[in-house]
Design a binder for this molecule. Sequence first.
Ligand code: HEM
Ligand code: SF4
Ligand code: SF4
Length: 386
Amino acid sequence: MYTEPFQRATLWLERGLNNVFSQKYNPFYYHGALPNFFIWALFITGLILFAYYQPTLATAYSSLHYITYELPFGNLFRSLHRYASDGMMIFVILHMCRVWFTDRYREYRILPWVTGVVLLAIVFAIGLTGYLLIWDQEAVTLANITFNLLKRIPFVGESISNFVMAGQVISDYTLTRFMFLHLGFPLLMMFMLWMHYLRITRPVSEPPLPLVLMMAGGLFVTSAALPVTLEELPKGLNAAVPVLSGPGSVTSEVYFDLLYAWPQYLAAQGISPILVLLLVLAVPLGLLVVPYLQKKAMRGQYAQVTRENCTGCSLCYNDCPYEAITMVDRGNDGTRFKRLAVVDAGRCANCGLCVGACAFKAIEIPRRDTNTVLAEIEATLAAATL
Ligand code: HEM
Ligand code: SF4
Ligand code: SF4
């Protein structure tokens, strides 16, 4: 399996983190729950910023200036919001790598994986629109590059760009649109999260309190030590302006932001817009293909019933935690039994519980049948008693 070296590295890191955080609070065991902590941190700090932010060309920068330099604790909330957004993306990527490298992303987990890819795109869009709302010189440059990139999308680019810009020129409506997207995407995220959890039995979605306190402490310390700043005021942007195109769109230095603004950075370095767009597209498309790259031998591994051995006792049906087994009428098949266990391959998680429940060797997971597992146990016991 191509992920094996990564899996080993993940397990090695996991052991190291156990020494630091103890087994009970190892962040690796809450990889899915930690993004939820950041969602709450973003929601609370965002609400405070929202109370003072004014989304017009004339007031966006000055309202942020007020929040940063005059509002008591204003910059603390801004910094917390910014670092929580970085933390969100970092932990979402960690979560993604963890489920990927520990082989928990395909077959019946395809729904959390696909919705996860959509969630990744949503988190990215929320972060980018957040950057644009700042409307300092760098944000204006980022907005220009973003519109120019969007325009290059074949056939629909112009319409998408106009939608995001809320017209054909940058105006007050543009900032209102950024605001709409920055607040609308989280609503979409809630819906996608509901879908994300649909097929997961008992998802671990809340980190324990000590881990929450550690994460919150980390956010506060970073925000106090490295408070975020404002770039200079953008020039001449108090009225509707056309979008600059070509090299002129880069009016200030574009900092490299690995999490949210890397496409704009690449475009600012002179890389062709089409190549940048292809790179942006390659990330979600590549991730969607990943579950199908698995070796054939690893696919289709679901519990299979041997009809001749099945007595219809329903023990497997009662034990299956994924509701993957149904008991059906077996018709007149020459046996004295009335019912037969049938496995829904799409729901089966290969957990093996049904194999343990069945006293008749009537249900097996092909690559790990009862004989193979028993042989492994005997070999281990023999080695232990030597
Ligand atoms: C807003 C971002 C996300 C949040 C809040 C989130 C949250 C969660 C939670 C709480 C779980 C259950 C974890 C458990 O029970 O151990 C989970 C499972 C899962 N997530 Fe995410 N997730 C997010 C993004 C992603 C992304 C980007 C991917 C991959 C592209 C992904 C793929 C998966 C998969 C495959 C599972 C199933 C793992 C299993 O059954 O063990 N998620 N997610
Ligand atoms: S292996 Fe058996 S118990 Fe586990 S999900 Fe599949 S059918 Fe259900
Ligand atoms: S597969 Fe085994 S446990 Fe399930 S109904 Fe048949 S005999 Fe019973």
